[in-house]
Design a protein around this ligand. Structure first.
Ligand SMILES: Nc1nc2c(ncn2[C@@H]2O[C@H](COP(=O)(O)OP(=O)(O)OP(=O)(O)O)[C@@H](O)[C@H]2O)c(=O)[nH]1
Ligand SMILES: [Mg+2]
Length: 420
């Protein structure tokens, strides 16, 4: 099965909790703190794999999680880190994280990208020890792993894309110039999924994609073409295949115009690519007149006349493709990916307080992480938490907003009663 669009929900591993422990032994009188740190949670990575052709595997497992880190323990033992999760995806897959463009295949072998990062392990009480603070009864919980919804979109990697109306002979041409064996038949929409073929010609080789036929209104979703037009966005060259025998009753020049129009409506970039115009089925008897008429409209253009079925004119077409492939691409692929994610420096205050339905709601990445990592059952951890809250000015801000003792304050998923 060919699956080229998948949404997965990925979660990195949680960090292991830190440990509070004291060494007591025959020769150790005071009880040295020896609680170890928790291990780091596993990350989730994507790895581009040249042997994969579909996103089928991932479509069967929409929720995936990396391993959690293990708890630290006494005797300064650190918890084991969680195992990273490495997911293989076909080359040419675009990655969108939380709705924004995140990564694309850059062409290096076994390229790996970090998608969601594992949580930090909580610190054990041994690491809270300082010269003045020799017996800390405090350790942290592990940090939760990052989670994100990720959309994957596979765009085929091909240098040349064949486009045209159904039945124009795209699959026939692909079977003629490569070893690919696509289904060929005299009814529209024979090709339901894109086919790839490798063309080898006089020591040169390149990949050609044959996509399902495009009909008028394809850019609005009519027919199948719309779904698969995406795949030709990566190609350097588009080859327009036009049935010049007009067996379907359509004037070939009109077909050419509609095709151009559809592509332009789909994306303003597509029609800017190198384009080769090909009139196909010249072996059929009634095409002479049509060729003449067609050429009148496009006098100054180089137009190829072939028969994909008999192979006539096909070698000249391949030579032209090779010649054009030497030219640099008209535009870089990145220009076409809409919604390109540009990292900007955004000033983020340490926290923000909003008053919602009688509750003071505090938000902020750092303060929320601190809240999640604090073990409120430990007195010292609680004291440390209160100190930090005071230091960053949260208490003052809450008072300024009118918080009175007894009011509810919510930080992340935790609720507190405001005291002074
Ligand atoms: N006589 C003749 N018939 C051709 C030629 N090229 C293709 N055909 C016939 O046209 C019909 C359609 O060919 P396909 O290659 O399946 O067309 P397609 O463009 O891939 O069609 P879709 O996959 O439906 O979009 C088949 O019956 C082919 O045998 C040609 O050069 N000459
Ligand atoms: Mg076909």
């Amino acid at each position: 099965m060919f699956i080229d669009k998948v949404t997965v929900f990925l979660k990195a591993g949680r960090g292991g909790d830190g440990c509070t422990s004291f060494k007591r032994g025959r020769y150790v009188s005071c009880g040295r703190p020896d609680g170890g740190n928790g291990g780091r949670g596993g990350d989730v990575y994507f790895e581009y794999d040249v042997h994969m052709a579909t996103l089928l595997d991932l479509s069967c497992t929409p929720r995936l999680k990396a391993e959690d880190g293990q708890k630290g323990s006494s005797n300064n033992k650190f918890g084991k880190s969680g195992k990273d999760l490495i997911l293989k995806i076909p080359v040419g897959t675009l990655v969108f994280k939380s709705g924004k463009f995140y990564a694309d295949y850059s062409g290096t072998a076994n390229e790996r990208i970090l998608v969601v990062k594992g949580g930090r392990g909580g610190r054990g009480n041994a690491s809270f020890k300082t010269a003045r603070y020799t017996a800390p009864r405090i350790s942290e919980k592990g940090e939760p792993g990052e989670a994100a919804e990720v959309n994957l979109e596979l765009l085929l990697i091909a240098e040349v894309g064949l486009v045209g109306f159904p039945n124009s002979g795209k699959s026939t041409l692909l079977s003629q110039i490569s070893a690919a064996k696509p289904k060929i038949a005299d009814y529209p929409f024979t090709t339901l999924i894109p086919n790839l073929g490798v063309v080898n010609y006089r020591g040169k080789s390149f990949v050609v994609a044959d996509i399902p036929g495009i009909i008028e209104g394809a850019h609005k979703g009519r027919g199948l073409g719309f779904e698969f037009l995406r795949h030709i966005r990566r190609t350097n060259i588009l080859v327009f295949i036009i049935d010049v025998s007009a067996t379907d009753g359509k004037d070939p020049y009109l077909s050419y115009k509609v095709l151009n129009d559809e592509l332009r409506k789909y994306s303003k970039y597509l029609v800017k690519k190198h384009i080769i115009t090909v009139l196909n089925k010249i072996d059929l008897p009634n095409c002479r007149e049509h060729i003449k008429k067609f050429m009148k409209h496009l006098k100054n253009k180089k137009i190829f006349k072939i028969s994909a079925a008999t192979g006539s004119g096909v070698n000249e077409l391949i030579v032209e493709m090779i010649k054009m492939l030497k030219d640099p691409p008209v535009l870089k692929f990145e220009e076409e990916v809409e919604n390109v994610f540009v990292k900007k420096y955004i000033y983020q205050p340490k926290f923000q307080v909003n008053f919602e339905n009688g509750v003071f709601v505090v938000t902020g990445t750092k303060i929320e992480a601190l809240t999640k990592m604090t073990k409120f059952s430990e007195d010292e951890a609680l004291r440390r938490y209160q100190n930090i809250i005071k230091k960053i000015g949260l208490e003052v801000e809450l008072e300024r907003m009118g918080a009175k003792p007894g009011d509810t304050v919510k930080i992340g998923n935790f609720e507190f009663v405001f005291e002074r």
